[in-house]
Design a protein around this ligand. Structure first.
Ligand SMILES: [Fe+2]
Ligand SMILES: [Fe+2]
Length: 184
């Protein structure tokens, strides 16, 4: 398998989640109320899977190695755009989290911000994925030898293997901090 194989498989799951988010958004607008538990679950998917796991492998492995190659201007430019789009996605997700929190605290007006953020993310992901799948990933493989491709793939598996430990270690650190703050 090429190192873009796992990334493309992950794109398919992100698309499925975006489809569910689209359906939920329609429901929120029809019923004029949010299901904040769904929003929280979607945020966890976006932050842990789409951003940390998926964008993490793109930026920390594939793009890092592409950065050591003499890229064509077109590929260099696209890679910068993709990193900038990842940053935009993080900011939009943070806005979504903040508005969903306000909504759960009883601020009904926050609903518009939640639905706007969801709509933006639903619009963003398919375009971002198409840019990578159709215009970037495949031509970029030509910069690597077969041995380099295999090393990239191995590093991706290792990255994934460590992820669940990282997620739950951070969760324990966060709850420990909360507890310490409470008992001080
Ligand atoms: Fe990406
Ligand atoms: Fe991607």
């Amino acid at each position: 398998m090429m190192p873009i194989g796992p990334l493309m498989i992950e794109h398919r799951l992100i698309e499925r989640m975006i489809d569910v988010m689209r359906e939920e958004l329609n429901l929120f607008e029809k019923e004029k109320k949010l299901n904040s538990d769904f929003v929280e679950m979607a945020v966890d998917f976006i932050r842990t899977y789409a951003d940390r796991c998926h964008h993490g492998k793109e930026e920390d492995i594939l793009f890092r190695e592409l950065g050591t190659k003499k890229l064509k201007d077109e590929h260099h430019h696209t890679m910068e755009e993709l990193v900038e789009e990842h940053r935009w996605g993080r900011k939009m997700t943070a806005r979504l989290v903040e508005a969903n929190k306000r909504y759960t605290e009883g601020n009904g007006e926050a609903m518009t911000t939640v639905t706007d953020c969801m709509r933006s993310l639903i619009h963003f992901y398919p375009k971002h994925i198409e840019k990578e799948d159709k215009h970037f990933f495949i031509p970029c493989m030509d910069y690597f030898t077969e041995a380099e491709r295999q090393a990239l793939l191995r590093e991706e598996w290792e990255f994934d293997r460590n992820l669940i430990h990282e997620k739950y270690k951070n969760m324990v650190i966060a709850v420990e901090k909360k507890l310490t703050a409470l008992t001080l």
